[in-house]
Design a protein around this ligand. Structure first.
Ligand SMILES: [Zn+2]
Length: 456
């Protein structure tokens, strides 16, 4: 049985029949498939209540709804009047999205709810505060290379051995310093780009009933400065803090770039922070890869942390995300941010969906790369479609805007004709022949002809 593989990415609103497929001639099928990989795929990971809330952002605004924000906040920070949430069994969550989302809707809550939110965000007793000013009174900061990895490890081990407040403050400072320099590398944002002041708040542990590792907010008096909260208990885990610290610090860079803009769509705010944190450190892997790799049909603008794969794909097509993230942060709509990223190009769209096959088909456009991705080999399940030998009226396929669809077509027909909507991007492979198209007609398996020829 010959198999074909189809990946569709589209940037248009609900394209009717993004492509139509019809079998034409009846010839004994040839052995079109040379693919040897068996088409196994993992089931999508079980979605937790927190994940469901996180990825429920509005496709229009990229923000959580008023109620979803309050539910998420309550699951991470504690009881808020009028909100009932299931007990949160997930440990160690990054909480910036929860805090920012609830602050974005703050005026819409009742006075009782507002008081509860404020109280839950107050620093618990024993919180250490450290203020970091870049430039150190005009002196250049030491470069990252002056702190070789062995030395950093020693600092961490020493801090674990003596966990007094000063040691913790030193540890947090050294961690922030490390990633601050990384982000200010000329290959990334370049020197001079960064927060004015970073204030670290280090609670001894998340208070009882609270369940966060860390979060970040722009400073109230200077939106280009930031406050980062890191729970001391977790800071003392040398391997476990690298992703979190790099992620929170990236939020500070976002604030410095966009002036602490309150309503950044979460696929940009959280997605780029999660990608950048994965990119600058290798001690830890983002578990959000599982969501990205198994849910191709999730709309990009409704993604949050799982949008990290979008930035990884920018890299795959030669776009440096650090060069486009500033324009994305400043854009005034999701569509404008998407365009500012360079993702409207054929190069990006022609290989976005096909990457979800993750190496099942030969060629770099049929696989996916990203920092830490190797630890998550899961593959999305393509929709299986059988095409009858005779299908004179065709069969429509459609994919929503800013999403991807992947199919596995099975047919005994010898020839498939695929008419591609001008604003869609379709890519087909049978394992040996690989065709991508937008605004054209494909005749499959091995002939590409203009429409007048195939309609004859
Ligand atoms: Zn975050």
């Amino acid at each position: 049985m010959p198999r074909s593989f189809v990946a569709i990415a589209t940037i248009t609103m609900l394209v009717w029949g993004g492509s139509s497929i019809a079998s034409r001639r009846q010839i004994t099928p040839t052995t079109a498939s040379t693919t040897t990989t068996s088409p196994t795929s993992s089931k999508p990971a079980k979605v937790t209540p927190v994940e469901r809330l996180l990825d429920s952002a509005s496709p229009v605004t990229g923000q959580l709804s008023k109620q979803a924000a309050l539910r998420l906040f309550s699951m991470l920070f504690g009881a808020v009047p009028g909100v009932t949430v299931p007990p949160n069994k997930e440990r160690g969550l990054e909480a910036t999205l929860a805090v920012r989302s609830v602050m974005a809707h703050f005026d819409e809550y009742t006075p009782k709810q507002q008081r509860a939110i404020r109280r839950l965000l107050e620093p618990p007793p024993g919180t250490i505060t450290v203020t970091l000013k870049p430039g150190n009174a005009g002196q250049p900061r030491p470069t990252a290379s002056t702190h070789p990895p062995e030395e950093r490890r020693n600092v961490l081990v020493a801090a674990r051995a003596a966990s007094g407040p000063q040691k913790l403050a030193d540890l947090a400072t050294s961690l922030i310093d490390k990633f601050d320099h990384v982000y200010q590398d000329s290959q990334r944002f370049g020197p001079g780009t960064g927060p004015n002041t970073i204030t670290l708040e280090i609670p001894p542990s998340a208070p009882s009933g609270q369940n966060y590792l860390g979060w970040e907010l722009p400073a109230p008096d200077d939106p280009e400065s930031c406050q980062i909260w890191l729970v001391a208990r977790d800071l003392q885990n040398p391997r476990g803090n690298a992703l979190l610290v790099a992620h929170e610090l990236f939020h500070c860079f976002q604030d410095a770039i966009d002036g602490g803009k309150a309503k950044v769509p979460q696929w940009i705010g959280e997605g780029s922070a999660e990608w950048a944190a994965s990119e600058v450190q290798s001690a830890q892997t983002s578990s959000w890869w599982r969501t990205y790799t198994t849910k191709p049909s999730a709309r990009l603008f409704s993604r949050t942390y799982s949008a990290l794969g979008f930035y990884a794909h920018l890299t795959e097509v030669g776009i440096n995300p650090y060069k486009v993230i500033p324009a994305m942060l400043r854009a005034d709509s999701n569509e404008a941010a998407f365009a500012a990223s360079g993702a409207n190009s054929n190069q990006f769209l022609d290989s976005w969906a096909s990457g979800y096959f993750r190496g099942e088909i030969p060629g770099k456009d049929w696989t996916m790369t990203g920092p830490g991705l190797a630890k998550y080999p899961q593959r999305a399940t393509p929709v299986s479609v059988s095409i009858p030998k005779e299908l004179p009226d065709g069969r429509p396929f459609a994919t929503k805007a800013y999403t991807n669809s992947i199919y596995r077509l099975k047919t005994a027909a010898d020839v498939l004709q695929v008419d591609v909507d001008p604003e869609s991007h379709v890519r087909i492979s049978d394992g040996s022949t690989d065709v991508n198209a937008h605004t054209t007609t494909i005749v499959w398996p091995n002939l590409i002809a203009p429409p007048e020829d195939v309609n004859g």
